[in-house]
Structures are given as structure tokens and as C-alpha cells.
Design a binder for this molecule. Sequence first.
Ligand code: F3S
Length: 410
Amino acid sequence: MLMWLTREEERILGGEKGFAAQKAMEILVALGDIFGADRLIPVGSVQVSGVSYKTIGDEGLKWLESLRGGKAVVEATLNPAGMDLERWEEMGIPKAFADGQLRIIAAFQSMGIQPLCTCTPYLLGNFPRLGEHLAWSESSAVCFANSVLGARTNREGGPSAVASALIGKTPRFGYHLPENRRPTLRIDVPIILKDSFDFSLLGYVIGLEAKNRVPFIGRMGRYGYIIARDELKALSASLAASGSVALFHMEGITPEASMAKRSLRLRMQEIERLRIERQDLERARENLSTASEDEVDLVAFGCPHASLEELRLIAGLLHGKRLKRRVKLWIFTSLGIRRIAERCGYIHAIEAAGGRIYADTCMVVSPLGEIGFEAIAVNSAKAAVYLSALNKPKVILASTEQCIRMAMNS
Ligand code: F3S
């Protein structure tokens, strides 16, 4: 059955509101028809991926420029670009790459899409309400928004997210429907996790098994165990990287967990149950590490983009210390968080030790191989998965403290 359209939507499809809106409506209608959506629903905000010149190249740029004249009708922001939009020369980005990247940003801006390039818009005030429909595309942000915030979004592709920004709607299917938000896998984690790094490994291990299922993670460790937002951020990112998990429930933590537990009880017999032990996490860390410590020439943090608390932690670890001359330490975050961190003194502490904080970009979508790095130490399983897939540079996966020790003189 084809998706039902209102009169206004039909007129947009007929070209009444211009070429860009017509193309956007064509994308949404095609998507809705393919996935059996019954209608379009309004979205509260849009987050667009496919922003880096490294990933979309000249073809993507041409497509974006063909949409000039379209205007976003809802709050819309971008995923990280291929470089720090202000400090790209300092990063060593080639001029031709920078030219292409700046044209991409200009094309988005001409459509009223804000050049706020981050995979963590929820750290910067774009904080969706429980049950709010969104059209977000960055996989870690989608998983965080669905699971931790209780919003409703599919994992949009770049073009469908742009289309949603121009129309303000998305087809109603997938995670917008309550029946698709029920758990389909039960996970037991009888170990105490120490920090975000452990959560990142846990997400990687669960994602491998879960693929695109909806895991329900039973109560972790012990009652009263507090899980920080940054730990859930790390978990969301790696769940979506090793599998394509877009929603999980965690007992006592996520907003739909009680509903999910009730639904689980009714279907106990048909649901697979898995247990994750400490050795599973250690095995994952080893499998994702392809470099040795003495090869490391870059330590990179901020996948997903670093929060203020993570910058504070790193500033504290680096305070009064000096990095090895041949090893760089780069932290990726959003422009907004960098500005706040500047006022808090964290940037000064990190830069005094020899580190750098870059905004608008990240270690995966910037051309680090072309810049010349050979081996990167990261504290994020998602970064390790994506960098390993590119094959160069090599990767070593370790905790924040271990990564910093690799970058130190002593
Ligand atoms: Fe964000 Fe880049 Fe990691 S987009 S989640 S920092 S790969």
C-alpha cells in the first residue's frame, strides 16, 4: 500500500513549493512506500550525517548544491565535518580538501541548516522530549536519543535527513512505532564496569551479537549502581558500531525499561538470553587493537564528541605534564563545548601539556591517514571499529589513562 499524503504534501510533491522541496518530498515518499509507512509525521528536530568531504566527495557536494533554494522548516544541525572549520590549517588539512569542505558547509547553510557539526547535539541543548519524533542520522546519537532520552527516530541516511529538514516530517515506520520498540534480546552483565571505556567495550560485545535487535540489559552490578551520561554515550556509540543497534533498554536507567521488562516477561520463552563476562570485554579490546604502544603517533579522544566532564578529566590527567615530542594528542568536541571548556581553563591545561582540542570534526571523518598518522590510540570501540575498517592508520584501543600514558614522556 502506498503512503497516504495530505493535500499540502501532494502539492509539494507536485512542485508548488519549488524544486528542493519537491525533491525532498520525493525522497520521503519513496522511503515511506518502501518501508510501508502509513503517513508522514512531524519531527521536533533533524540531525544530518554525510557532512565530511572525505565521505561524500564531489558527488555529494553537487547534490547538496542542487538543493539551493530549499529552506529548513525545523531545527536542523550537522554531524562532524572533515576538519575544524576554524583551525583546519593547524590540523594539516590539504587546501583542496578544505575548499570542498567549506563549500559543503555553505550549501547546508544556504538551506538554513545550522553549521553546528557534532554527533552529540544532546550535549548542546538539543534535548528531545520523551516520545518526541526526530529525524536524526548519526548512529550513536540515534541510539542515545531512542534509548536514553526516549525519543523516537530511525537511523536516517544523509539525504533523507536533509529531506526531513526541508519538509519538517518523516515517514512513520520503524522505531516511530511502539511495537518495534519492544526488546528482542535479553542481556545479563554480572560484572561491575569501571568507566566509559568499559561501557564502550560492553556496547561493542553486545552489538556483535544483537545486530539490529533491541537488547534489554538487566540491572547492572548491584542496586543503586549509578551510570553516568558519558557511559551511556559510549555504550550507545559502540552498540551502533559493531551491530546496528538503534535502541536498547537498561533496567532502572532508561525511560522505557519498565514497559520493556513487562513485554519481555510475556515473551520469555521466545527471547534469546546472553551473559557478558569480563573476559568478553578483554577479548574485544585485543581483537580491535592492531598497533603496538611504541608505534603510536597520535592519541585521539572524543568519539563520540567529548563532553565538558571528559575534557575536565583529561585536563586533570595532563596537568603539569608534557607530551612526548613525536606523539600528538588531539581531542574532538563540538564548538559549543570547546568554548565552555575554554572558560573553565580545561583547554589551557590540555594545550600547555602539548594537546590540541579540535571542534566540528572527528578522528574518523577527518583525513588522518592523508595527514600522515601511522598508529592511533583511542579509548572508543566505535573509533577502533571504523578506523580499522579503513586499514590505515593502525589502532590501539585502551582506557583514557592508558592512552595518556602512551603519550607521556615518562
Ligand atoms: Fe561521532 Fe565521529 Fe565517533 S561522528 S560517534 S566522533 S566516528
